[in-house]
Each structure stands twice: as C-alpha cells, then as structure tokens.
Design a protein around this ligand. Sequence first.
Ligand code: ZN
Ligand code: ZN
Length: 249
Amino acid sequence: MFDYLQYLSVLFLILFGMIIHKYEDKYPLEKFKRLKTFKFDMISIMISTLFVLFILDFLLNENIISFINNTFSLGESISEWPSYMCLIMALIVGDFGYYLTHRFLHLRQMWNTHQFHHSTINIYWFSGLRTSFINSLLIRIPYLIGLQMFEISYEIVSAAGIFLLVINFWIHSNLNLKYDKLLSYIFITPNFHRLHHVNDEQVAGCNFGNIFSVWDHIFGTALISDDWKKSPKGEYISWKKFPRRIIGF
Ligand SMILES: [Zn+2]
Ligand SMILES: [Zn+2]
C-alpha cells in the first residue's frame, strides 16, 4: 500500500514538524502549553486522517477524477507548457478556489462544517489539521480541479498533497517571524492566518487564503495587524458534541 516515496514523505513531514516545534519553543508568537490540547488534537487528527485515507479516497475515486479531468482539462492548449509552469498555474487556480470555498464555509448555513477547525484554542503547527471530514473533502476539490485543469501527473499530485500539509503546518505555526508582515503581502504567514482564528467581531471575516494572500488583498478581506496577538481564539468543544463536529454537520 505504501511505497518508499510515501514513507519518505511521512518522514519529511515529521522532520519538518519537529523543526517548527523547536522554533516555536524559541520564538513563540503566543505563550501557552501545547500539551494542554495535545491529547484532543492527536485523537481528532488521527480520526480525521483515517476518514481522509479510507473514505475520501473512495469518494474521490478514479471516475470522479476523470470526470473532473474531462470537464476542466485545458488539454492541447497547454501541451507545450513546461511542467513547472503547469504546476504553478494549478496551485494558483486551486488556491483561488480554496479562498472562495473557505469564504463559503464561513456562511451561517455552512458553519457546522467548518466550526471544528475554529475550535482550536491554542494554535500551533500541528493543530491546523483539526478539520471536519466534510471540510477536508470540500477544500480538496478546488486543488483537484486546478491540478486536473493543467494535466498534472499522479506522482506530482501526491507531492502536491504533501506540500499542502507543509503549508498547513506553516500557516498554523506559533512563530514570531521578523519578515511576517512583509511576506503577508503575497503569502499566508503564521500571524496573518492567526488573525483569521481570533474570536472578535471586529476581525471576523478576514484572511481566508491558504497559500497566497493576494486573494484577500484583491477582495478586501486582508488584515495585517499586530494588535490581536493575545486575543482569545477558538471555542471549546465538549466530547458530547465531538462526533457531529468531526463529521461536520
Ligand atoms: Zn475559517
Ligand atoms: Zn486555520
């Protein structure tokens, strides 16, 4: 089931996580004890990963992928393009789709789907994987469309999956970076995404992007500020509500 490249990817992810973990200890944006929520995070992330591995692969099967490919592929018109160009364009298109999907998930009618991600009180590199199953499914679709649109091969699609996990670790990391503000004019940075998690009416509805912050800047949802660093984030979820929240309905 797992080939050596997949083992290498998992190893790379663990290593990347450990490096961020170390830097979070040294240069934190917020001071808190990760261990306090670690048990809940581990359990919920393990369950949602199992969902993703077994059910998502079944739902997004070959038939669905070839349907997406037939519908969105640019085919001949990009056949001369170098593969790196196709990949960059696929990520840009996918990321724009992610931005729109994320805004859609913040509508009142969709909130139950996304609430689980916003239940994180202590935001650190690993905690961003806390997403409901329906949320995981929906946010994959725009990237899938982008990758199929530009005819990205299966091997690269797997690598893109790993890349998106790295992005998830990065944007949720609890790191106080010197160039955070500057970078956040183009990319999503730890402080930029942290503002998206703040519980305050004044900052609600900002910073929806995943890789690029340009969508937020273009559509007027960007907020770059140092003022909310210590504001409370997340919402406690009881074990009773856990099954509904993790599925996302
Ligand atoms: Zn959100
Ligand atoms: Zn988040």
